[in-house]
Design a protein around this ligand. Structure first.
Ligand code: GSH
Length: 255
């Protein structure tokens, strides 16, 4: 059974359901997201942090419905629809929201050098963390799982050493925190099934992850674990048919 046929609950639950409910009125900015998607979660957190008016629309990206493909032929969530354009790619979207709505709070430093450094970390989260994390989910057999777990820890130790505290860049919650937060919120899956422990990455990582997990914008956009595990079961058996899952299986970069 592929992800399209999986009996995934069609909308957000728990704290996220309330946030969805508060964002049904038509707005100039529409977020097309899937409640379970960590990439969409990045953009959702950003909108909440900025306090930008937005309309939330739920899409099941595995169903590839014509109305969604019409605005985004790639068929992936998240998408932001704004002023007649459909924009995609989570990292581009979080920066778009930051730039299109320059009112406080700023989610990137103002200083160009500090801004570039923040972007380097964002880039490294995408390139050096998401891939091994995804590989850890899908790895079959103790040896493969151990190797993937070590790669995840390797990145997190490196990352932790640069946490200024309490958030990555210091007092100000930023896009660096936002870009990694969705994987913190879903790490219970690898904790339960792959032997991952926050404290085994590093004590600093644990303190940081525990803090990010409590951030309102992050917690209020998360659905219940009991509805999420059905999706992850497919990844854990390496049977998921998403574009990301196929890429991992074939050793390609995640789209
Ligand atoms: N690089 C994209 C981003 O950062 O926005 C990845 C987005 C992505 O993979 N979204 C998943 C999706 O739409 C859901 S979490 N999958 C549909 C599919 O694989 O067919």
């Amino acid at each position: 059974m592929g992800l399209a046929e999986l009996n995934v609950i069609p909308q957000a639950t728990g704290a996220a359901a309330k946030t969805v409910e508060n964002h049904q009125a038509p707005q100039e900015l529409i977020l097309h997201a899937a409640w379970f998607c960590p990439f969409a979660h990045r953009v959702w957190i950003t909108l909440e942090e900025k306090g930008v008016p937005y309309q939330y629309k739920e899409v099941n990206p595995y169903k590839k419905e014509p109305h969604f493909l019409a605005i985004n032929p790639k068929g992936l969530v998240p998408v932001i629809e704004y002023k007649g354009k459909a924009l995609s790619e989570s990292l581009i979207l979080v920066e778009f929201v930051e730039e299109a709505f320059p009112q406080a709070p700023n989610l990137l430093p103002r200083d160009p050098v500090e801004r570039a450094e923040a972007r380097q970390w964002i880039d490294s989260i995408n390139k050096q963390f998401i891939y091994p994390y995804q590989r850890l989910l899908q790895a079959q057999g103790a040896e493969n799982q151990k190797a993937a777990l070590e790669d995840v820890y390797h990145f997190l130790r490196n990352f932790s050493e640069s946490i200024k505290g309490p958030y990555f860049l210091g007092e100000q919650f930023s896009l660096v925190d936002i870009v990694i937060a969705p994987w913190i919120m879903r790490d219970w899956v690898v904790t339960q099934h792959r032997g991952y422990r926050r404290e085994n990455a590093s004590p600093r990582w644990k303190i940081y992850a525990d803090l990010v997990q409590k951030r309102e914008s992050v917690a209020n956009t998360l659905s219940l674990q009991e509805h999420t595990i059905g999706i992850y079961d497919q990844y854990l058996r390496d049977e998921a048919e998403s574009e990301a899952a196929k890429a991992i299986r074939e050793g390609r970069a995640i789209p």
